[in-house]
Ligand binder design. Structure first.
Ligand code: ARG
Length: 462
């Protein structure tokens, strides 16, 4: 097969090289960005008098045909064409003849691929941000129903203080909001046009980079062409953003796995989003959160992969850079599916408040409240209150009861400054509702957080 670059070659490329060198099997995903970029470039060339109006019209109509051939599946992707840029340009030239050969004026595949890939990644930054907001709204809706559902809050995976279930879920909503902001800020930082940089040094043709940038929706034009054709920071950013998001998803997944075990039984995943065992008939396995946790590995791998590809590359374009795409495509595909299935798994799971409430009676969750009572009502310094409470906990252990259920007389024996009204302070519900400081778990504060996220999500495209 005749290559576009075959002028200086006497022999054909080996078929092994063709296979090794090609990116067409995966970069064809960028066909829309490539065609839009070419049309915008041709319009600019015509505006500058580098192409005639007729040539532009024929490029535009030829590209419309190429687009429809790709979208209807009749376009022939051939490994010998090497990459989508050459495949599309070649097909265009077959369709429209001479004008097709002028399209590559003042352009190189180096700025072309930088343009296509950047625009694809920018679009995905926005789409993923929207998908996260959808997940946030699902979690906020569940939270609304559970502002009084008591749950043992933990540190070190040990019972610590009572919280409500909504408060716990809203911690994830807060994380996901940061994720949205990360994708949005990557979009804003990288919305800069690379087209017109040509191979590395710019071009002697009288082009108008502002014009192509504007047509393609960029905020500005890149400053230094040498950097522009070698920059893949935008790809690294989306890989990092996805990695952080996936880390958050893996944390909530881990909790779903724990919570759906018989030891916790705080939730039960729906049949629709659980799987069975091939040998143990009774099993219902949390494969969805397990896979979400597991897929975090490949997403981190993709980030490390590209960081390593880019490390030590001399300026400007090097073929190594072609290795930038598959990992990004894989991470994007993984995160899009992960966000969707996590939302479905959460929406369809059964929440078991009675089991959460039972767990709240284990581990003396209101111990801090006894210490706070001693500080507030008996004027005891906190360190001493901590010690007295420790003795009360030891007594409850001996009696084999939870501190929230201890008779006040037992406490009075330990320290006679403790009065009967202490009982109220030791209830689990009171303990949760006592934490009224800003951002705390008290129902009033949790409701405020729901309002905060409702307001935030009001403007989101859900
Ligand atoms: N297929 C190449 C890539 O994905 C396009 C750029 C090729 N440029 C070049 N000078 N060989 O990176």
């Amino acid at each position: 097969m005749e290559k576009m670059w075959s002028g200086r070659f006497a022999q054909d490329a080996s078929s092994l090289l063709e296979k090794f060198n090609a990116s067409i099997m995966f970069d064809r995903k960028l066909y829309r960005e490539d065609i839009e970029g070419s049309v915008a470039h041709a319009q600019m060339l015509a505006h500058q008098g580098i192409l005639t109006q007729e040539e532009l019209v024929s490029i535009e109509s030829g590209m419309a045909q190429v687009l429809s051939e790709i979208e209807t599946g009749s376009f022939e992707w051939k490994i010998g064409d090497e990459d989508l840029h050459m495949a599309i340009e070649k097909r265009l030239t077959v369709i429209i003849g001479e004008a097709g050969k002028k399209l590559h004026t003042a352009r190189s595949r180096n700025d072309q691929v930088a343009l296509d890939f950047r625009r694809y990644v920018l679009r995905k930054n926005s789409e993923i941000a929207e998908k996260i907001q959808l997940l946030m709204s699902i979690i906020v809706d569940i939270s609304r129903e559970h502002t009084t559902t008591l749950l043992p809050g933990m540190t070190h995976l040990q019972h610590a203080q009572p919280i409500n279930f909504a408060f716990h879920l809203l911690a994830y909503v807060t994380m996901f909001k940061r994720d949205v902001e990360r994708f949005q800020s990557s979009y804003e930082r990288n919305n800069i046009s690379p087209i017109g940089c040509a191979a590395l040094a710019g071009t002697p043709h009288n082009i108008n980079r502002e014009m192509t940038a504007k047509t393609l929706g960029f905020d500005s034009v890149s400053v230094n062409c040498l950097d522009t054709v070698s920059d893949r920071d935008f790809a690294l950013e989306i890989l990092f953003n996805i990695s952080t998001l996936m880390m958050h998803i893996s944390r909530i997944s881990e909790e779903l796995i724990l919570w759906s075990s018989y030891e916790f039984r705080f939730v039960e995943l729906s049949d629709e989003y659980s799987t069975g065992s091939s040998i143990m008939p009774q099993k219902k396995n949390p494969d969805v959160p397990e896979l979400l946790r597991g897929k975090t590995g490949r997403v981190y791998g993709n980030l490390m992969g590209l960081l390593t590809v880019m490390k030590g590359l001399p300026l400007a374009y090097n073929k190594d850079t072609q290795e930038d795409k598959e990992g990004v495509f894989d991470s994007i595909e993984t995160i899009e599916m992960s966000l969707e299935i996590l939302g479905e798994a959460l929406k369809t799971m059964t929440i078991k408040p009675e089991n959460m409430a039972r767990a709240c009676k284990l581990g003396h969750l209101s111990a801090t409240d006894l210490a706070d009572y001693l500080v507030e009502h008996c004027g005891v310094p906190f360190r001493e209150a901590h010690f007295i409470t420790g003795r009360a906990v030891a007594r409850a252990e001996v009696l084999n009861i939870d501190l929230s259920e201890i008779d006040f007389k037992e406490l009075h024996t330990i320290d006679d400054r403790i009065k009967e009204d202490v009982t109220r302070y030791l209830s689990i519900e009171h303990s949760m509702n006592a934490r009224t400081s800003q951002g705390g778990t008290a129902e009033v504060r949790t409701l405020e957080q729901i309002i905060y996220f409702d307001n935030y999500l009001k403007d989101a495209k859900l």
